[in-house]
Design a protein around this ligand. Structure first.
Ligand code: SF4
Length: 387
């Protein structure tokens, strides 16, 4: 009955496939992007989300360190790299890296997430010492660092192979690779927006080598610029096929494009429909990914709350000092953070169950905090759905 009320005719065959546990096709993906019935798409994504995780919603105490914004790739969608009229160039010394870690040492952070520009001045040893410095300052913390484009650069300056580079980084203490580095797996978009960066096949090669070396990795999709619906679906299917092959991806994060201060500033910002739909379609197409993340810093805490009913089971984390998006000219000075109590409140207000996690999605249990009481919302039980 609930399905009959939520689903329009074009979504019924997809509902039937989900009920039978069948994988969705390219055409199904296009239907999900093109139907005006966003509520129906969210309803379907929520079925999968609750099958996998019930009401559980993961969050993490994490810190971001963006070690340099000097970059020679000049991606048109990027507001992060140093340029005339934009952010001033910076490059963190290892002492500054140590100080950044020390700054939040009194916080029980479980993960440090680090990416940076492609700065040809940094030598191979910088990257190894960067990881060693973090681990020396906070032994035991999980370090997720260096997208595939950075890995290619580190190998280039070290005059060595991707595999050797990844093994050296692992020996230095690196635990996982973040998503990013490819934006969208489309030759057309690559040529138009980020032609100096690695292409899709190179990105996949880094991912395959990371899996071989024993890293876990994350995946992303930057949406809301010049990509088509077909390119979005193709991106998701390519990720799904790669995950079938390697099984090493932990989570997928659709990333909402911020046109401000980029060469694509004339484009409109993605809408709430875009944000929710990309999360929901990712959840539905990526049947072999355990987790779909709503990154609140890019799509706002308000959208993230709704996204928890549109397929997302991860709300990211406390995120100290994120530098990648440019807002209000405050570049490099802003702090963007939600406290642990904020994270818990955001998730509970949405009627979901907050679970603090480590980087492998194991629950972390701490002493009770002063947290708001949950609203009494009862999630739909998938077992009770019928047409
Ligand atoms: Fe450089 Fe990354 Fe920005 Fe591209 S997206 S310009 S590689 S920092």
């Amino acid at each position: 009955m609930i399905a009959e009320r939520c689903l329009t005719p074009e979504l019924i065959p997809i509902f039937e496939k989900l009920s039978a546990g069948e994988r969705l096709s390219f055409d199904d993906g296009l239907t999900l992007y093109r139907t005006p019935n966003l509520t129906g798409v969210g309803f379907l994504a929520n079925i999968v989300r609750e099958r996998k995780h019930g009401a559980r919603t993961y969050w993490v105490r994490n810190q971001h360190i963006n070690y340099t914004n000097i970059c020679n790739k000049f991606c048109k969608f990027c507001s992060f790299y140093a340029k005339k009229g934009g952010p001033d160039p910076y490059e963190m010394s290892l002492d500054e890296v140590r100080a950044a870690v020390r700054k939040y040492k009194s916080f029980p952070i479980s993960e440090i997430h680090s990416v940076g520009g492609i700065n040809p001045r940094l030598p191979y040893t910088y990257y190894l010492d960067f990881i060693r410095t973090i681990k020396d300052e906070r032994p035991g913390i999980h370090v997720k660092a260096f997208t595939a484009v950075e890995i290619v650069e580190i190998a280039r300056v070290g005059n060595t192979t991707i595999e050797h580079t990844l093994r050296d980084l692992k020996d230095a203490g690196l635990d996982a690779l973040p998503g990013g580095g490819i934006e969208i797996l489309s030759d057309r978009v690559h040529t138009e927006l980020f032609g100096k960066k690695l292409d899709g096949e190179e990105w996949k090669q880094v991912a395959r080598t990371a899996a071989k070396v024993g890293f876990t990795q994350y995946a992303t999709m930057l949406y809301g610029h010049i990509e088509t619906d077909e390119e979005r679906v193709d991106h998701l299917i390519q990720l799904r096929e790669l995950q079938d092959e390697t099984g090493h991806f932990l989570c997928m994060t659709p990333l909402s494009f911020h046109p401000e201060k980029t060469e694509l500033e004339h484009l409109p910002h993605p809408t709430g429909d875009d944000d929710l739909r990309n999360i929901a379609v990712s959840r539905l197409m990526l049947d072999n990914f355990d987790h779909i993340k709503s990154f609140w810093i890019m799509n706002t805490p308000a959208v993230t709350q709704i996204a928890l009913w549109y397929g997302a089971d991860d709300a990211d984390g406390t995120v100290f000092e994120y530098e990648i998006t440019y807002e209000d000219g405050a570049y490099g000075k802003k702090q963007q953070a939600l406290t642990p109590a904020d994270m818990v409140r955001m998730i509970r207000e949405a009627g979901r169950e907050p679970i603090e996690r480590d980087s492998h999605y194991n629950a972390i249990v701490r002493e009770p905090q002063d947290e708001p009481a949950p609203r009494k919302l009862t999630p739909i039980s998938v077992g009770t759905l019928s047409r």
